[in-house]
Design a protein around this ligand. Structure first.
Ligand code: NAP
Length: 487
């Protein structure tokens, strides 16, 4: 038996017990993981800083977000409503008689999580995928990202110790540090695995989806992939505020050296003096930002290769002074006209790093054509005033078709962790646009509904028993209530 097969077998054995732990037991487990991560103190931050080049203040914030997420899922468990209990009581007098049917969500099974290099905490070992899967009762195997293995090992140990301290089943969490595509493929294709969480590149996410779909028994892959987060710059907004908008966008494009999946990579506007002011100000601001080290050599060389490729395309002009020869992440702003953009699909591809392309259109009709050509995205943004929106109201509805998050007058970087956040979108932003990877609803990815038909009350899970001892909201015969079922 291979090493991977042994690991997945252990995850399956752990799941048999873990799926039936109580929500309160799992809440205690998640809170203990958060406490253990915090207890690692500066040594964890320093290790991540060494491996990722991310500055300490950014890492401190990301660690805070990671622990917040763990505690958010603990709160979800204490409230208990996530099981979406539903009860249809029997009507024996109906023809034919209606049986007693009750439904609730149940953990899907052992899950494999692939972490991203650009979020060593929040989208990695104890990140949102792991926290949400452990919350609902799935055992988890994390495939550590090779770019921050030592950081991942420290966090993994914090999780293992938390599992021991809270008497969770052995191997409820396992950490794989073999860095090869083969081990990733074997994990995804192993019979004991029931779902996959991934954050990373489109190539990586697509490969995992294909591995999962070609299994004898295909399983869901929830992959969050690259995105160019297009921005529409409408006329009245630019006329009123071109310089301020440009300054805000210079900050957003170069934030963290552009290494965010929400980085605004395509800007679209109609040719005008105001658009020229915007472009010139943005280029000046980006020129003033010093290049700095990127996450790792692989990301740096991919940025050099992809930005060089973009700049070599016919009809493209660079507005910034950097040339792709520097060793670090050098901010680049390019521009093309709409015709060129529409005829060359390469120009719409993500260049992961501090890069953005400004597409200049001749008319509103052309702008709409560009907007329609945009494939699935994590976010879209429209910079506009009420006058702009009344001139072209259809742009709002068109945006809903493109992305999981539609912003008006803001920047797409910065993802709030809250119940209403959607972090995902139509392919290729993610592999399943019905779900979010951020916020409490991320837990829905690891649950499946089960109907319990004709079960005696005492055999049912607590959430579905008549007396509602958990005090949760339940849909009883079509109405939401915390009442008991009167039998
Ligand atoms: P990556 O290169 O795709 O790597 C992520 C993980 O996937 C690694 O563990 C890697 O395995 C594995 N992997 C990649 N291709 C594989 C294959 N063909 N078979 C098996 N395993 C494979 O991504 P990254 O460099 O970490 O992250 C950068 C990208 O992530 C950017 O495009 C960015 O936009 C995107 N991103 C998206 C989000 C989001 O929420 N949507 C968030 C952050 C980043 P190995 O360990 O063996 O190399």
């Amino acid at each position: 038996m291979s090493n991977i097969a042994e690991i997945t077998k252990k995850a399956a054995l752990a799941f048999e017990q873990y799926a039936f732990t109580t929500p309160l037991q799992r809440a205690h487990f998640l809170e203990t993981i958060a406490t253990n991560i915090e207890a690692l103190g500066d040594s964890l931050l320093e290790q991540a800083n060494k491996e990722t080049n991310l500055p300490l203040p950014r890492l401190t914030g990301e660690r805070g977000r990671t622990c917040f997420q763990l505690r958010m899922f603990a709160t979800m468990l204490k409230e208990g409503n996530y099981v979406e209990a539903s009860i249809d009581t029997a009507i024996p007098t109906k023809t034919p008689p209606k049986p007693d049917i009750r439904k609730m969500m149940h953990p899907i099974g052992p899950v494999v999580v692939f972490g991203a290099s650009n979020f060593p905490f929040a989208y990695s070992t104890a990140g949102g995928d792991t926290a949400s899967a452990l919350a609902v009762g799935c055992s988890v195997i994390v495939k550590a990202h090779p770019a921050h293995l030592a950081t991942s090992n420290m966090v993994a140990e914090a999780i293992v110790q938390a599992a021991k301290a809270t008497q969770m089943p052995e191997n409820v969490f396992q950490h794989v540090t073999e860095t090869s595509f083969e081990s990733g493929k074997e994990l995804v294709q192993d019979d004991n695995i029931y779902a996959v969480g991934f954050t990373g590149s489109r190539t990586g996410g697509r490969a995992l989806l294909d591995y999962a779909s070609s299994r004898k028994n295909p399983i869901p892959v929830f992959a969050e992939m690259g995105s160019v987060n297009p921005v529409l710059l409408l006329q009245d907004a630019l006329e009123k505020n071109a310089e301020t908008i440009a300054k805000n966008y210079a900050g957003s494009i170069t934030l963290g050296m552009g290494q965010f999946c929400t980085n605004p990579g395509i800007l679209v506007g109609i040719k005008s003096d105001a658009l020229n002011t915007f472009a010139n100000t943005l280029a000046t601001e980006m020129n003033a930002i010093a290049p700095s080290a990127m996450l790792h050599a692989g990301i740096e060389s991919a940025y050099l290769k992809n930005s060089t490729h973009a700049l070599a395309q016919k009809g493209i002009t660079s507005l910034t002074k950097n040339t792709p020869s520097s060793n670090n992440g050098f901010p680049v702003l390019t521009t093309v006209d709409a015709d060129t953009f529409l005829s060359n699909p390469d120009l719409a591809e993500e260049v992961f790093g501090p890069y953005s392309i400004l597409v200049q259109c001749n008319s509103m009709e052309e702008l709409k054509e560009v907007w329609k050509s945009i494939k699935g995205q994590i976010s879209t943004t429209i910079m506009g005033t009420d006058l702009d929106f009344s001139n072209a109201p259809e742009l709002l509805n068109m945006s809903l078709q493109i992305a999981g998050r539609v912003l008006l007058n803001g920047v797409p970087t910065g993802v709030e962790v809250c119940d209403s956040m959607v972090h995902g979108g139509p392919y290729p932003a993610s592999t399943d646009s019905r779900f979010t990877a951020v916020g409490v609803n991320a837990a829905k990815r690891w649950l499946r509904p089960i109907s319990f038909q004709n079960w005696s009350n005492h055999l049912l899970p607590l959430a579905l028993q008549n007396n509602n001892s958990l005090g949760i909201w339940r849909n009883i015969n079509g109405g939401l209530t915390k009442d008991e079922v009167v039998s």
